[in-house]
Design a protein around this ligand. Structure first.
Ligand code: HEM
Length: 409
């Protein structure tokens, strides 16, 4: 295959179940120019170098092609509301750092640890509901409701509204894939979803103002950053939308990819069942082996030379984390699932300035969830070898994962 069309293949739904052979072809050169002018970065060293390079921008204003749902303008949508600016994941310093600091002030270890008891209770309740089942859809019955409930609790958003925000959130999550295969109709749908979710979060913030709870959004408001002019109302809406979407659209895939991998490696499923204290190592390796975020997009602010290639200024860039994770010059036997590997420094949560804000929470959710699944599902086995995948190529994971069981303990 022509190397300039490999990334287009990665984006095709038919390759979602196993993009890794395509990544191996892309890694023949650290950076590969695609026919549409995108530069795809696929080796570990090149991804790392560009992830930390200040000449590489996350600001979607620098690159119209890569404008995704959380970054595009809402100004021409039918809803009458002020423009919602891009969330800070799509910004560079100094705005990125200013807005990220406001979230980090409230996203404290104590706040995350306080979620552990209700999280354990929720995991128990979800599995109790499966007691009579002989077949379980790990996604719909477990891996999806879990992070949605957790993020609602964290943000103080009512769980009853789940269907409303979920439909819009999924549209925005899918829009993280480069826009090249979107129709005009798709773009309108994304804009509409963003504007509606913005209006919804606006109402939630008003509610937090009138009836403050002990949630993160109420804490952000109470901190006085708005009054002090460190953030404006629309930026606050953008942040709360980002947290809502990022907080569950990824974690569902970590739990589902995790269970799928353990079922494909039954000796590891047994080992984790017998040694639950190994859960952090398992989650660390799952983030390398089947990362929920396969790639992120960027733009170059200058000509950059890397691995003998000059990437010109102003071009769209794809940092292919999941390919870097399978680079044999960085990871020994990278295609093997091995939770015992040393120095497992992957990009599952990104890196540098944009390192995932929710990483400690996501790790805790996945550790508690996977430990409970392997301990309580009796003789679990895959009902089908190849699950159907969700639409996203960037946020990649099964749409359903049917597992046959002898019961749930
Ligand atoms: C398994 C679950 C998760 C994975 C794999 C994941 C992955 C990532 C990755 C790769 C990035 C870097 C994006 C970039 O470089 O452009 C990121 C950023 C981010 N994540 Fe997560 N994430 C997860 C869960 C969460 C949760 C639970 C939250 C919030 C509650 C969250 C909030 C964020 C935010 C706000 C950013 C933007 C950080 C910035 O731009 O400074 N994530 N995440």
């Amino acid at each position: 295959m022509n190397s300039g069309s490999l990334f287009a293949e990665v984006l095709k739904q038919e390759n979602r179940h196993n993009p890794y052979p395509l990544y191996a072809q892309l890694r023949k050169t650290p950076v590969s120019r695609q026919d549409d002018g995108t530069y795809v970065v696929s080796t570990y060293a090149a991804v790392r170098s560009l992830l930390y390079d200040p000449r590489v921008s996350s600001d979607e204003q620098n690159n119209l092609r890569f404008k995704s749902g959380l970054g595009i303008s809402t100004s021409d949508t039918p809803l009458r509301q002020p423009e919602i600016p891009p969330a800070f994941i799509f910004l560079d310093p100094p705005d990125h750092d200013r807005l990220r600091a406001i979230v980090m002030n409230q996203f404290t270890p104590q706040r995350i640890q306080a979620i552990r008891p209700p999280l354990e209770e929720l995991v128990k309740d979800l599995l109790d509901k499966c007691r009579e089942c002989q077949q379980i859809d790990i996604v719909d019955q477990f891996a999806y409701p879990l992070p949605v409930t957790v993020i609602c609790k964290l943000l103080g958003v009512p769980l009853e509204d789940e269907q409303y925000f979920q439909e819009r959130s999924t549209i925005l999550a899918n829009s993280l894939d480069p826009e090249q295969h979107y129709s005009q109709e798709d773009v309108c749908r994304v804009k509409q979803a963003r504007a509606q979710l913005g209006e919804y979060m606006h109402k939630q913030l008003d509610n937090c103002r009138q009836h403050p709870g002990n949630d993160l959004l109420s804490a952000m408001i109470a901190n006085g950053d708005l009054e002090a002019g460190r953030i404006n109302e629309q930026e606050m809406i953008a942040i709360s939308m980002l947290l809502l979407v990022a907080g569950h659209e990824t974690t569902v895939n970590l739990i589902t990819n995790g269970m799928l991998t353990l079922l494909r490696y039954p000796q590891h499923l047994d080992r984790l069942r017998q040694n639950p204290e190994l859960a952090p190592k398992y989650v660390q390796e799952l983030l390398r082996f089947e990362p929920p975020v396969q790639f992120r997009t960027r733009t170059t602010l200058a000509d950059i030379e890397i691995g003998g290639t000059i990437i010109p200024q102003g071009v769209p860039l794809v940092l292919l984390f999941a390919s870097a994770h399978r680079d044999p010059t960085q990871f020994e036997a990278p295609d093997q699932f091995n939770p015992d590997r040393h120095n497992n420094q992957h990009f599952g949560f990104g890196g540098s300035l944009h390192l995932c804000v929710g990483a400690p929470l996501a790790r805790m959710e996945a550790e508690v969830a996977l430990t409970a699944l392997v301990q309580r599902l009796q003789s679990p086995r895959l009902a089908e070898n190849m699950p159907e995948y969700r639409q996203g190529a960037s946020l990649r994971g099964p749409r359903h994962l049917y597992v046959k069981v002898e019961g749930v303990a």
